[in-house]
Every structure is written in C-alpha cells, then in structure tokens.
Design a protein around this ligand. Structure first.
Ligand code: PSU
Ligand code: MN
Length: 304
C-alpha cells in the first residue's frame, strides 16, 4: 500500500540497502525559498556538495501523488520553474495532495516524514520553521517543531531567522524534548548571522559526537529528532544590525498587508531578498551548502 504513494530512486534504494550514508534535502526551499533559476542551480550544487563529502543526496518532494525520495534533475527543474504555483506541502497537506495525485514542495516537516519512511536519519537544509513573533496571539507555530518532536530524523540547519521569535522557539523545543545542538558554537546561530544572543543546549565539536548522541536517542527508543545548528561561515555572514532592521521592516510590511498562515514564511523570505538587493540570497546559498557538507559528514559518522 505504501508503495502506491512512494517513489524512491534506484540510487537511494541501493545506498540504503548497502548501508551507505544518505542525506535528505527539502524542496520548499526550491520552489518557495529562492527565485528561479538560482533555486535550481542551488539545489543541484547542494546535491553535489553532499556527494563531494562521500554521501548520497536524496531530495524529497511530491510528484504526481507520490512522495519522491531522490528527485531527478527533471523533478528539481520542474519544481524550481513552477515556483509558488506548486503547493507548499506541510504535514496537514499530505493526505489530500497524495489522494489527488498532485505535486508539492515539501517543508522541513514533510521532508522528515519522507526521510523517515525509508530510514534516512540525516536531513540538511537552510532554516527551519518555528514560533512566529506574536504567536501568543496568532498561534502561528510551524508544524516543523511538532515534527521534530515525533519523527526520528536529525535536521541540520543554520539556526532560525529572526522572522521568528527565537526565544519562544527554543522554549517550545525544550517542552517537546528536542535537543538543540550548536556545531562548534555555544550561541544559537540566526541564519544570516552567527549571533542571536541565545544559547544552544549543547555545543558539540565533531560530526562523530553529533552522530553518537543521535544514536543514543534512537537506542533508547526516544521518539523525535534533533536540531543541529551550524553557523553561516563568517565570510558570508551579514551585518546583524542591517539584517535585523530589514527583517523588522519585512515583518511590519507583512502585517500591514494582512499576510497570514502558510503564506507568511515565503512572503518574508522573498521580501527580505528584495530589500537586501539579493545579498541575502547569496548568504542563503552559502549557508545551505555549508549545512549539506556537515550533514554528509554526520551521515558518514552514523553508518561507521
Ligand atoms: N525558513 C527559511 N527558509 C525556508 C523555510 C523556512 O529560512 O525555506 C521553509 C522550510 O521549508 C520550512 C518552511 O519547513 O518554510 C516553514 O514554513 P511554515 O512556517 O509555514 O511552517
Ligand atoms: Mn505557520
């Protein structure tokens, strides 16, 4: 029955069967996170970065009513070109989209679901969703956090953007029992910058230690993932004052326009890119590549 809704590429199937390291990659970042054609170029560069570190990439998306694990170049080109016209698919969207035979761009939550269905343990991306500013009134909390609480996949990211309330996001993760790890840092990175003023739960300095900690979680049968935060390389980081002012403006504009629900994150990402004249896009690309490399190293350490 599951096969009806799942398409796994031969390469990923073979890699999993022979115990090779595999890294899952998401597709909302392709269709809703970056403009065409940079989005497609980046997705392919990210796959290449995983390969260069000795792991197999598995980009996850929905095509024709199936969860695809190991998207083809054609799938990626299709999602990148279609952009916002592809449905952004989070957990609650999966049942109807698959039943209708539709395409979809998978968020962190649905990419974790796809990875976990085939046994992929490590997933690398740019940023995760979290508790939005003002969530004490709007209740806008990304399904990504709930997924981290229940699905056994480690997510490697560059921390959270300050479009979110980072403090509340950490509180939520603590309540849900999701470990927040800083790779070579004690401070939670904030996507475009390595500074947030907040602390991670644990600083771990090697891919092996990160892999070992996740293996313990699984050995104990503890449900849920782990959030590994990897600071953007310093040379690509943006000036914190500048990017924070831009984010403030973007959040205000979204409010004035009445942007709500699932449109919020894509609107803010796009608006920030426009306000910074594309400079934030370059930082975004570099941090995703950096996360893909770390994800591959951790995946290798997990199968050693
Ligand atoms: N944050 C980013 N870049 C992104 C996203 C979030 O910096 O591309 C995307 C991811 O796919 C994430 C989703 O899972 O947005 C979260 O959306 P929401 O807040 O609607 O759950
Ligand atoms: Mn939301």
């Amino acid at each position: 029955m599951l096969e009806k809704y799942l398409r796994v590429s031969d390469e990923v199937k073979e890699a999993l069967a022979s115990g090779k390291p595999v890294v899952a990659l998401e597709s909302t970042i392709i269709s809703h996170g970056m403009p065409y054609p940079k989005n497609v170029e980046t997705a392919l560069l990210v796959e290449q970065a995983v390969r260069e570190e000795g792991a197999i990439p598995a980009t996850i998306c929905l095509i024709g009513g199936k969860i695809v694990v190991g998207a083809s170049k054609e799938d990626i080109e299709h999602l990148g070109k279609a952009g916002l016209s592809v449905t952004k698919a989070s957990r609650r969207d999966l049942p109807v989209l698959l039943a209708r035979g539709m395409d979809g761009a998978t968020t962190v939550a649905t990419t974790m679901i796809g990875a976990s269905l085939v046994g992929i343990k490590v997933f690398a991306t740019g940023g995760v969703g979290g508790v939005h500013r003002g969530a004490e009134v709007t209740m806008d909390i990304s399904a990504d956090l709930e997924e981290l609480a229940m699905t056994d996949v480690m997510v490697v990211c560059a921390g959270c953007k300050s479009i979110l309330d980072l403090n509340l996001t950490l509180e939520y993760l603590e309540t849900k029992g999701v470990p927040v790890i800083g790779y070579k840092t004690e401070e939670l990175p904030a996507f475009y910058t390595d500074k947030s003023g907040l602390k991670v739960d644990y600083r771990l300095d090697t891919p092996e230690e990160i892999a070992d900690s996740f293996n313990v979680k699984m050995a104990l049968g503890m449900k849920g993932g782990m959030l590994v935060t990897n600071p953007i390389p310093h040379e690509y980081a943006m000036d914190p004052d500048e990017i924070n002012a831009t984010i403030e403006k973007a959040v205000e504009d979204a409010k004035a326009l009445g942007i709500k629900g699932k449109e919020t994150t894509p609107y803010l990402l796009d608006h920030i890119q426009k306000l910074t004249g594309g400079r934030s896009l370059e930082s975004n690309i570099q941090l995703v590549l950096n996360n893909a490399r770390l994800g591959a190293k951790i995946a290798k350490a997990m199968v050693r």
